[in-house]
Ligand binder design. Structure first.
Ligand code: ZN
Length: 239
């Protein structure tokens, strides 16, 4: 018999069987499984879970770290790719007519009517096309997002560079330069804004000091929500 219980924001699969003791394990899919004897009260189970709380969270964190190393997206029809927190499926279009000059030249990759459309002949360069598309979108987004914050923070961003920063979302250089990870625009817009605000405030306060976080929360009172979204979902923002 299998049921689920919720505790402290985590869901546990509960399996009662003919056994003498309780046992907790992490399943392949990341679910937390609690095996217990038939005759045991729910509060006993909850007590057992809370005693194992640290162990459970360590195991789950490890599992996440492992998943992080696995690229999941393939450049095939129907595969979902992220933009501003939403997933859009990839669709190839036949560009033979374009190549032969019978049709006007089109972008090799575009987001069009809810699909990412990539030219069939550009399949081998799909990754490069996605990366340059993301870079273009960041520039476009920054043009509208930056004016929301610069006066409030009192900084002027002199230059933005969009780079491959691996697992870092952004960094801030000297002289008013901010470096953005091209993956950052896969996050929802408010999370993207948090990345931006975080770096803009670094231009006035370099350290993660109390003053730094005070300034962040003044500009973006709900920043903690976006920061933790990034912690939990950041590994998925990749190709
Ligand atoms: Zn920082």
């Amino acid at each position: 018999m299998m049921t689920t219980v919720k505790m402290d924001g985590l869901e546990y699969r509960l399996k009662r069987s003919n056994r003498k003791s309780m046992e907790i394990s992490i399943e392949r899919d990341g679910a937390v499984m609690v095996k217990t004897p038939y005759q045991i009260e729910l509060n006993e189970i909850e007590k057992f879970i809370s005693e194992k709380n640290v162990w459970i969270h360590q195991k789950l964190a490890k599992k996440k770290a492992i998943n992080r190393e696995r690229p999941k997206r393939e450049f095939v029809n129907g595969q979902g790719f992220l933009y501003l927190g939403k997933s859009y499926r990839l669709k190839f279009f036949d560009n033979a007519g374009i190549k032969s000059g019978k049709l006007p030249k089109a972008e090799p990759l575009r987001l069009w009517r809810g699909y990412f459309e990539l030219a069939e002949s550009e399949k081998a360069n799909a990754r490069e096309h996605f990366i340059s598309w993301y870079k273009k979108q960041i520039k476009k987004q920054l043009k509208t997002r930056m004016p929301r914050y610069d006066k409030r923070i009192g900084v002027r961003v002199k230059n933005i560079r969009i780079l491959n920063l691996g697992h870092r979302w952004a960094s801030c250089g000297r002289n008013g330069i901010i470096n953005f990870n091209w993956r950052s625009v896969m996050a929802p817009i408010w999370v993207f804004d948090y990345i931006l605000v975080h770096e803009m405030i670094h231009l006035v306060e370099r350290a993660h000091s109390d003053r730094f976080w005070r300034l962040v929360s003044r500009v973006m009172p709900d920043y903690k929500e976006h920061a933790s979204w990034l912690n939990e979902n950041g590994a998925d923002l990749d190709l």
